[in-house]
Design a protein. Structure first.
Length: 202
C-alpha cells in the first residue's frame, strides 16, 4: 500500500479513465444507414463526390498508442484533463494537517538545536575566561615567590660578604654530588670553590 493517499487515488482515476477510452468503439451500420442518417451504399449514385469534396482532406485514422487503443488526440486530451484535475484538486485535510505538524516539528527541533549551540558557546566562553584568570593568578604568584627568593639571596650574599663568608654561600649553590656521565665534568671547579670556602672559614 502506498504511503501517499493522493497518489493512490490519482492512479485509480487514471486507470478508470483509460478503461473508458478503450471501451469506445465505432457505431454499427443498421439497414444501410449510419447513426448520422447517411446511407452506407457501395453503389454509384451518379454524383461527382470528388468534385464536390474540393480540398476536403480525408479524416485521420485513429491509431492505437501505448498498447491501450487510445489515439494521440485522445491521449493529449486525457493528459490535459489530468493536468487540470491535478491543479484543481485540493489537498486532503488529513495530509494538510500532517504536513503542518511535520513542518512545526522540524522548526521546533531547529530552534532547540540552535539554543543548545548558544548554551555551549556561552559555557565555553566562561570556561575560557576562568582559565585565563587562573593562569594570571598563577603567574602573579610565581613572580612574587621568585622576587622573595631573589631578595633573600641578595640579602644573604651581602651578609656573607660582610663577615667573610662569601665562598661558603657560593658553595651552598653548587651540587657536590657525583656528576652524571653525560654531564660536563665540573670536578675541578667544585674543588676550587670548596678550597676557598675552607680558607675563608679558617
Amino acid at each position: 500500500m502506498s504511503d501517499d493517499p493522493v497518489a493512490e487515488f490519482l492512479a485509480r482515476e487514471d486507470g478508470a479513465l483509460d478503461e473508458e477510452l478503450n471501451n469506445v468503439v465505432a457505431a454499427p451500420v443498421v439497414n444501410g444507414f449510419q447513426p448520422n442518417g447517411i446511407q452506407d451504399s457501395h453503389e454509384d449514385s451518379g454524383v461527382d463526390l470528388v468534385g464536390q469534396a474540393g480540398d476536403i482532406s480525408p479524416p485521420a485514422v485513429l491509431q492505437p498508442t501505448n498498447g491501450r487503443g487510445a489515439s494521440p488526440a485522445s491521449s493529449v486530451h486525457s493528459s490535459s484533463n489530468h493536468s487540470h484535475y491535478l491543479t484543481s484538486q485540493e489537498e486532503p485535510e488529513s495530509i494538510k494537517k500532517w504536513r503542518e505538524k511535520h513542518l512545526k516539528s522540524i522548526k521546533e527541533k531547529d530552534e532547540l538545536e540552535e539554543k543548545q549551540k548558544n548554551e555551549l558557546r556561552e559555557q565555553a566562553k566562561k570556561e575560557l575566561e576562568a582559565w585565563h584568570k587562573q593562569k594570571e593568578v598563577e603567574i602573579a604568584d610565581r613572580k612574587k615567590q621568585n622576587r622573595i627568593a631573589e631578595e633573600k639571596l641578595s640579602k644573604n650574599l651581602v651578609e656573607s660578604q660582610s663577615n667573610g663568608q662569601g665562598w661558603a654561600e657560593i658553595a651552598k649553590l653548587i651540587d657536590t654530588g657525583k656528576p652524571a656521565k653525560n654531564a660536563v665534568d665540573t670536578t675541578r671547579m667544585r674543588a676550587l670553590i670548596l678550597e676557598h670556602k675552607e680558607e675563608t672559614v679558617a
